[in-house]
Design a binder for this molecule. Structure first.
Ligand SMILES: [Zn+2]
Length: 390
C-alpha cells in the first residue's frame, strides 16, 4: 500500500465549515479526517490549464487540496472551449491562469492558488516546482513533458502523467523513487512533426475530461496514502471502443536520469532534445506566406496547389483551385505533378505539408516545392476572412 507523500508533516486542523464541505470524504475510512488534513496540507502543481489541466484543477480544488499551483502561458481561445471546461465563453482572450483562478476560487475559496503566467522552461522549472509535493502534467508537447519528468526526478517528487489524442488517452504515475519515469518508457521523443498534435489531429472533448479526472484521482491517492497507484502501470484508454488496457512498466536500469548511473544531473535544453531547433543537416523547406500566395494568384502566376488534408478536413474549409492528394499517396502520385510549375502544399497549420514536400523530394521530384506557412488557417486569417479558422 502506497505511503502518503505528505508523510509526517504537521497537519492543519479542519474547521466545522470544512468538516461540512468535505463530509463525503470524511465518511470514507480510506480518507477520513487524517486524509482530509493531508489534502489541506498538500501542495500540487498543475502544468497546463488546458483539456487535462481543467478537470485536474476543478476536482483537486473541490477535493480541498490546500495549495494549487497552475502554470500556463496561453490565452483562452474559442477552439479551447470544446474541452477546456475550466474556461468560459466570456474568458476568451484572457490569460488561462487568470480564468482558471477565478473558476477555482468560485468552487473553493478556502484554498491557496499560485498562478504562474509563464512557459515552464529549464530556467524556471526547478524554482517553480521545488515547493510542491506532487506535479500533475497536463501538457500537450514533448519538450515540456520531458522537462516535467526530469525536474520531478531531480526533485524526488511524483509526476502524475496524462496525454490524449483523438480518441485515445494514457495515464500513469512516474515516481522514480518507487518505479519508472517517463524516460524509462520513452527514452527519445518522436521526430518533430511526425506525431500530430490535437490541434492537427483533433481530440474528442470528453477524453481529456476522463483522463484528467483519472490523474486527479491519482493525485488524491498519493496525498491521502493507500490504494493502488498507477506507479509502474501505463493505463491506455480508447474512448471510441470504450476499452481500458494496462501495460506493466519497469524501471530501466539504464535510464539516463533515474537509472543506476544517471548521465543527466540537471535540466537540459529540451527544445534541442526534441529536435525543435533548426536542424542544419536537413534541407530547409521553402515557405510562402498566405499574402504572397494571394499576390501570385492575383498575377495569374501558374501554380499547382496541392491540398494534403483529409476529406473530412477539406469539408470544413475548401481551398480555391486546390488538387487534393493525401499525404500517404504523395510519392506514388509523383507523375501527376509538373516540375516546370511551382507547387504549393497546404494543410491546416503548415506542419504536415512539410512531410509531403519531403516525401516528394525523397521520391526524386525536381520541381520547386513551397509550403504555405501556417496553412489554411493563415489563409482564413489573412486573406479570405470569410472562411472559418478551425
Ligand atoms: Zn527513468
Amino acid at each position: 500500500m502506497a505511503e502518503s507523500v505528505i508523510k509526517d508533516r504537521e497537519l492543519p486542523g479542519l474547521s466545522n465549515e470544512e468538516i461540512d464541505r468535505y463530509s463525503r470524504h470524511l465518511l470514507l475510512e480510506e480518507v477520513g479526517i487524517r486524509g482530509q488534513k493531508r489534502l489541506k496540507a498538500a501542495r500540487v502543481l498543475i502544468v497546463g490549464t488546458g483539456g487535462l489541466g481543467a478537470p485536474l484543477a476543478l476536482y483537486l480544488a473541490a477535493a480541498g487540496v490546500g495549495t494549487l499551483g497552475i502554470v500556463d502561458f496561453d490565452f483562452v481561445e474559442e477552439s479551447n472551449l470544446q474541452r477546456q471546461v475550466i474556461h468560459g465563453t466570456r474568458d476568451i482572450g484572457r490569460p488561462k491562469v487568470a480564468s482558471a483562478q477565478d473558476r477555482i476560487k468560485s468552487i473553493n475559496p478556502k484554498i491557496k492558488i499560485n498562478t504562474y503566467n509563464t512557459m515552464l522552461s529549464s530556467a524556471n522549472a526547478l524554482e517553480i516546482m521545488k515547493d510542491y509535493d506532487v506535479v500533475a502534467d497536463g501538457t500537450d508537447n514533448y519538450q515540456t513533458r520531458y522537462l516535467v519528468n526530469d525536474a520531478c526526478v531531480l526533485l524526488g517528487i511524483p509526476n502524475v502523467y496524462g496525454s490524449v489524442f483523438q480518441f485515445e488517452g494514457q495515464a500513469s504515475v512516474f515516481y522514480a523513487r518507487e518505479g519508472p519515469c517517463y524516460r524509462c518508457l520513452y527514452p527519445e521523443p518522436p521526430p518533430p512533426g511526425l506525431v500530430p498534435s490535437c490541434a492537427e489531429g483533433g481530440v474528442v472533448g470528453v477524453l481529456p475530461g476522463i483522463v484528467g479526472t483519472i490523474q486527479a484521482n491519482e493525485v488524491i491517492k498519493l496525498i491521502v496514502g493507500g490504494g493502488d497507484s498507477l506507479v509502474g502501470r501505463l493505463l491506455l484508454f480508447d474512448a471510441w471502443k470504450m476499452k481500458f488496457r494496462e501495460l506493466r512498466l519497469d524501471k530501466d536500469p539504464h535510464c539516463p536520469i533515474c537509472g543506476t548511473n544517471p548521465t543527466i544531473r540537471e535540466l537540459i535544453d529540451y527544445e534541442q532534445f526534441c529536435g525543435l531547433k533548426k536542424n542544419t543537416g536537413e534541407d530547409p523547406v521553402e515557405t510562402i506566406t498566405a499574402k504572397e500566395l494571394k499576390e501570385r494568384f492575383d498575377r495569374n502566376d501558374p501554380l499547382q496547389i496541392i491540398d494534403i488534408r483529409e476529406p473530412h478536413e477539406r469539408a470544413i474549409v475548401r481551398f480555391p483551385n486546390a488538387k487534393p492528394v493525401p499525404l500517404g499517396q504523395m510519392a506514388r502520385r509523383i507523375d501527376e505533378f509538373d516540375p516546370s510549375i511551382d507547387a504549393v502544399f497546404i494543410c491546416k497549420i503548415g506542419q504536415r505539408s512539410i512531410f509531403a514536400i519531403r516525401a516528394l523530394r525523397e521520391a526524386g521530384y525536381t520541381g520547386r516545392l513551397l509550403n504555405l506557412k501556417d496553412g489554411v488557417n493563415a489563409w482564413a486569417r489573412e486573406v479570405d476572412t470569410t472562411l472559418p479558422v478551425y
